[in-house]
Design a protein around this ligand. Sequence first.
Ligand code: HEM
Length: 167
Amino acid sequence: MHSVIFSNIENSAFGSAIAGSEWMFPAIETIHVFAIVTVIGTIAIMDLRLLGLASRGRTVQAVERDTVPLTWIGFALAVITGILLFVSKATSYMANPYFLWKMGLMLLAGVNMALFHRVLSKDIAQWDAPGATAPAAAKIAGLLSLALWIVIPFCGRAIGFTLGVYY
Ligand code: HEM
Protein backbone atom coordinates (compact mmCIF):
# COMPACT_ATOMS: atom_id res chain seq x y z
CA MET A 1 0.00 0.00 0.00
CA HIS A 2 2.58 2.57 1.09
CA SER A 3 4.79 2.01 -1.96
CA VAL A 4 1.75 2.76 -4.19
CA ILE A 5 1.39 6.12 -2.47
CA PHE A 6 5.07 6.93 -3.00
CA SER A 7 5.14 5.77 -6.61
CA ASN A 8 2.05 7.92 -7.24
CA ILE A 9 3.91 10.89 -5.70
CA GLU A 10 6.98 10.15 -7.83
CA ASN A 11 4.96 9.74 -11.03
CA SER A 12 2.95 12.90 -10.40
CA ALA A 13 3.37 15.75 -12.90
CA PHE A 14 5.43 17.54 -10.25
CA GLY A 15 7.67 14.58 -9.43
CA SER A 16 8.39 13.67 -13.04
CA ALA A 17 8.96 17.32 -14.01
CA ILE A 18 11.76 17.63 -11.38
CA ALA A 19 13.19 14.17 -12.14
CA GLY A 20 13.07 14.77 -15.92
CA SER A 21 14.71 18.20 -15.83
CA GLU A 22 18.45 18.66 -16.24
CA TRP A 23 18.62 21.69 -13.94
CA MET A 24 15.71 21.54 -11.48
CA PHE A 25 17.06 18.90 -9.05
CA PRO A 26 20.58 20.47 -8.75
CA ALA A 27 19.03 23.96 -8.43
CA ILE A 28 16.68 22.81 -5.64
CA GLU A 29 19.48 20.85 -3.92
CA THR A 30 21.69 23.97 -4.01
CA ILE A 31 18.99 25.93 -2.14
CA HIS A 32 18.64 22.93 0.21
CA VAL A 33 22.33 23.16 1.02
CA PHE A 34 22.06 26.93 1.73
CA ALA A 35 19.08 26.27 3.98
CA ILE A 36 20.79 23.50 5.94
CA VAL A 37 23.97 25.52 6.36
CA THR A 38 21.84 28.27 7.92
CA VAL A 39 20.10 25.78 10.24
CA ILE A 40 23.25 24.00 11.36
CA GLY A 41 25.34 27.19 11.59
CA THR A 42 22.87 29.04 13.83
CA ILE A 43 22.21 25.97 15.99
CA ALA A 44 25.98 25.45 16.43
CA ILE A 45 26.42 29.08 17.61
CA MET A 46 23.71 28.53 20.25
CA ASP A 47 25.04 25.11 21.33
CA LEU A 48 28.62 26.39 21.65
CA ARG A 49 27.36 29.21 23.91
CA LEU A 50 25.48 26.67 26.05
CA LEU A 51 28.68 24.64 26.33
CA GLY A 52 30.61 27.81 27.26
CA LEU A 53 32.93 27.37 24.25
CA ALA A 54 31.94 30.54 22.31
CA SER A 55 30.14 33.92 22.68
CA ARG A 56 30.88 33.75 26.45
CA GLY A 57 30.72 37.57 26.65
CA ARG A 58 27.05 37.45 25.71
CA THR A 59 24.05 36.02 27.54
CA VAL A 60 22.45 32.81 26.22
CA GLN A 61 19.21 34.77 25.73
CA ALA A 62 20.94 37.37 23.53
CA VAL A 63 22.49 34.62 21.38
CA GLU A 64 19.11 32.89 21.23
CA ARG A 65 17.36 36.11 20.10
CA ASP A 66 19.84 36.47 17.22
CA THR A 67 19.98 32.83 16.10
CA VAL A 68 16.55 31.20 16.58
CA PRO A 69 14.64 33.30 13.96
CA LEU A 70 17.32 32.43 11.35
CA THR A 71 17.18 28.76 12.37
CA TRP A 72 13.43 28.66 11.72
CA ILE A 73 13.73 30.49 8.35
CA GLY A 74 16.47 28.06 7.29
CA PHE A 75 14.47 25.06 8.51
CA ALA A 76 11.34 26.14 6.63
CA LEU A 77 13.40 26.46 3.43
CA ALA A 78 15.08 23.07 4.08
CA VAL A 79 11.67 21.40 4.48
CA ILE A 80 10.24 23.00 1.30
CA THR A 81 13.29 22.11 -0.82
CA GLY A 82 13.61 18.70 0.88
CA ILE A 83 10.02 17.81 -0.06
CA LEU A 84 10.64 18.92 -3.66
CA LEU A 85 13.74 16.70 -3.84
CA PHE A 86 11.79 13.88 -2.19
CA VAL A 87 8.85 13.89 -4.65
CA SER A 88 11.26 13.42 -7.58
CA LYS A 89 12.44 9.98 -6.31
CA ALA A 90 10.03 9.17 -3.46
CA THR A 91 10.17 5.36 -3.76
CA SER A 92 14.00 5.37 -3.81
CA TYR A 93 14.22 7.60 -0.74
CA MET A 94 11.69 5.54 1.22
CA ALA A 95 13.88 2.47 0.56
CA ASN A 96 17.03 4.32 1.66
CA PRO A 97 18.06 3.78 5.32
CA TYR A 98 20.07 7.01 5.37
CA PHE A 99 16.96 9.00 4.40
CA LEU A 100 14.88 7.29 7.10
CA TRP A 101 17.63 7.76 9.70
CA LYS A 102 17.90 11.44 8.74
CA MET A 103 14.17 11.98 9.25
CA GLY A 104 14.26 10.12 12.60
CA LEU A 105 17.32 12.04 13.86
CA MET A 106 15.72 15.35 12.84
CA LEU A 107 12.67 14.42 14.94
CA LEU A 108 14.97 13.65 17.88
CA ALA A 109 16.77 16.99 17.38
CA GLY A 110 13.36 18.72 17.37
CA VAL A 111 12.35 17.03 20.65
CA ASN A 112 15.70 17.97 22.23
CA MET A 113 15.29 21.60 21.12
CA ALA A 114 11.69 21.74 22.38
CA LEU A 115 12.78 20.26 25.74
CA PHE A 116 15.45 22.94 26.10
CA HIS A 117 13.20 25.85 25.14
CA ARG A 118 10.12 24.66 27.05
CA VAL A 119 11.62 22.93 30.12
CA LEU A 120 15.33 23.42 30.68
CA SER A 121 15.38 27.18 30.06
CA LYS A 122 12.41 27.92 32.36
CA ASP A 123 14.79 29.28 35.06
CA ILE A 124 17.18 30.89 32.56
CA ALA A 125 16.76 34.36 34.11
CA GLN A 126 18.31 32.98 37.31
CA TRP A 127 21.55 31.71 35.80
CA ASP A 128 22.01 33.56 32.49
CA ALA A 129 24.55 36.43 32.47
CA PRO A 130 27.56 37.40 30.31
CA GLY A 131 30.32 34.88 31.12
CA ALA A 132 27.91 32.66 33.10
CA THR A 133 28.10 28.85 32.74
CA ALA A 134 24.87 27.07 31.83
CA PRO A 135 23.53 24.30 34.15
CA ALA A 136 24.54 20.70 33.34
CA ALA A 137 21.14 19.82 31.80
CA ALA A 138 21.40 22.72 29.35
CA LYS A 139 24.96 21.70 28.46
CA ILE A 140 23.81 18.12 27.79
CA ALA A 141 21.04 19.46 25.52
CA GLY A 142 23.65 21.55 23.68
CA LEU A 143 26.04 18.59 23.29
CA LEU A 144 23.27 16.25 22.09
CA SER A 145 22.10 18.89 19.62
CA LEU A 146 25.62 19.36 18.21
CA ALA A 147 26.07 15.59 17.83
CA LEU A 148 22.71 15.19 16.07
CA TRP A 149 23.37 18.09 13.69
CA ILE A 150 26.67 16.46 12.69
CA VAL A 151 25.09 13.06 11.96
CA ILE A 152 22.00 14.48 10.16
CA PRO A 153 23.96 16.08 7.26
CA PHE A 154 26.14 12.95 7.08
CA CYS A 155 22.96 10.94 6.46
CA GLY A 156 21.78 13.60 3.99
CA ARG A 157 25.03 13.33 2.04
CA ALA A 158 25.01 9.53 2.18
CA ILE A 159 21.53 9.38 0.59
CA GLY A 160 22.76 10.47 -2.83
CA PHE A 161 25.71 8.06 -2.68
CA THR A 162 23.63 5.03 -1.76
CA LEU A 163 20.49 5.45 -3.86
CA GLY A 164 21.63 2.74 -6.27
CA VAL A 165 22.52 0.37 -3.38
CA TYR A 166 19.17 0.17 -1.59
CA TYR A 167 16.67 0.49 -4.42
C1 HEM B 1 17.44 21.07 8.41
C2 HEM B 1 17.20 19.86 8.08
C3 HEM B 1 17.95 19.16 6.97
C4 HEM B 1 19.30 18.93 6.84
C5 HEM B 1 20.43 19.35 7.78
C6 HEM B 1 19.49 18.20 5.59
C7 HEM B 1 20.73 17.80 5.08
C8 HEM B 1 20.91 17.32 3.79
C9 HEM B 1 22.20 17.13 3.13
C10 HEM B 1 23.57 17.44 3.75
C11 HEM B 1 21.95 16.67 1.87
C12 HEM B 1 22.99 16.35 0.79
C13 HEM B 1 23.14 17.58 -0.04
C14 HEM B 1 24.14 17.33 -1.13
O1 HEM B 1 24.86 16.42 -1.07
O2 HEM B 1 24.17 18.09 -2.09
C15 HEM B 1 20.52 16.53 1.76
C16 HEM B 1 19.89 16.04 0.64
C17 HEM B 1 18.57 15.72 0.64
N1 HEM B 1 17.64 16.02 1.62
FE1 HEM B 1 17.94 17.04 3.28
N2 HEM B 1 18.27 17.99 5.00
C18 HEM B 1 17.30 18.55 5.83
C19 HEM B 1 15.92 18.51 5.66
C20 HEM B 1 15.31 17.69 4.73
C21 HEM B 1 13.90 17.40 4.69
C22 HEM B 1 12.86 17.94 5.67
C23 HEM B 1 13.72 16.52 3.64
C24 HEM B 1 12.48 15.86 3.12
C25 HEM B 1 11.32 15.94 3.49
C26 HEM B 1 15.03 16.31 3.02
C27 HEM B 1 15.24 15.53 1.91
C28 HEM B 1 16.44 15.46 1.23
C29 HEM B 1 16.61 14.79 -0.05
C30 HEM B 1 15.53 14.05 -0.81
C31 HEM B 1 17.94 14.97 -0.43
C32 HEM B 1 18.61 14.54 -1.75
C33 HEM B 1 19.39 13.35 -1.64
C34 HEM B 1 20.04 13.07 -2.99
O3 HEM B 1 19.40 12.42 -3.82
O4 HEM B 1 21.15 13.52 -3.19
N3 HEM B 1 15.97 17.02 3.71
N4 HEM B 1 19.91 16.95 2.92
